[in-house]
Design a protein around this ligand. Structure first.
Ligand code: 5IU
Length: 257
């Protein structure tokens, strides 16, 4: 099924928006905005914004983060038509996650979270969505069901349970962060897949990479996260354009089968 067809099956408003936007921008690229300074972040977004569907942030890595930065991000998102997802990987009890996600939803439409605290944390997300400043805006969470790093502690049982939670809370869940095709056959979920670089291998802190083509054709990734392969390239704009093309061609090949 194409992303456009799948958007009709999405139970979560943000999943629908992302699937439609992917088709409109002909892009399944999510850039990980992991750069040391805010100035560099803004410069990179101005260069790569047209090629990406989602910008994934770690707001707590910017030493000078403030609500004004969030407003600036929202303006850039509107200008270049991308969606902001904060990759904070929340993992607390419902009462805390509710406040954390509500704060992030002031400037981001999506957030990642661990499911270690179970149902209560998703009930917290439900309250955060209901209480968010503009409840009409599409919002949702990506559940971490698998990790890209070597020797991580997620078991097959944890992945299965996380998948079950995604189905149970499908109106709140945009998709899953995963390294392999999802266990569920619900076309409305977006599989977010990090750990992707044109040069397979990894880094010296356990990150493991697959190629863009493998991420889409073998690993089932829909929206592919690429960080340093773009942000540390001598020409981030050109790197993003090439990565967008490579990923979109792989997606086109997948749906033509
Ligand atoms: N990220 C991963 N692996 C994961 C999850 C998130 O790499 O399993 I969940 C994040 C971390 C970083 C980005 O922000 O995706 C990958 O960046 P590089 O492409 O620079 O490795």
């Amino acid at each position: 099924m194409t992303f456009r067809e799948r958007s009709d099956h999405a139970q979560n408003h943000l999943a629908r928006s992302i699937l439609v936007l992917m088709e409109q921008k002909k892009s399944n690229l999510c850039v990980a905005l992991d750069v040391p300074t805010w100035e560099e972040a803004v410069r990179i977004l101005q260069e790569v914004g047209e090629y990406v569907v989602v910008v994934k942030t770690h707001f707590d890595t910017f030493p000078d983060w403030s609500p004004a930065r969030g407003e600036q991000l929202k303006k850039l998102a509107a200008l270049h038509s991308f969606i902001i997802v904060e990759d904070r990987k929340f993992g607390d009890i419902g009462n805390i996650i509710k406040s954390q996600i509500k704060a992030v939803f002031g400037w981001a439409q999506g957030a990642t979270m661990h499911t270690i605290c179970g149902e209560g944390s998703l009930e917290g997300v439900r309250m955060a969505v209901e209480e968010a400043s503009d409840p009409s805006l599409a919002r949702g969470v990506f559940l971490v069901s698998e990790l890209s790093c070597a020797e991580n502690l997620i078991s097959a049982q944890y992945t299965k349970k996380t998948t079950e939670l995604a189905i149970q809370y499908s109106s709140l869940v945009t998709g899953l962060v995963a390294q392999n095709p999802l266990l569920l056959k619900e076309p409305g979920f977006v599989q977010l897949t990090p750990g992707v670089s044109s040069k397979p291998g990894g880094d010296n802190l356990g990150q493991k990479y697959v190629t863009p083509r493998d991420a889409v054709l073998l690993k089932g990734g829909d929206l592919i996260v690429v960080g340093r392969a773009i942000t540390q390239s001598p020409d981030p704009k050109d790197a993003a354009r090439k990565m967008r093309n490579e990923l979109w061609n792989a997606y086109a090949e997948r749906v033509s089968d």
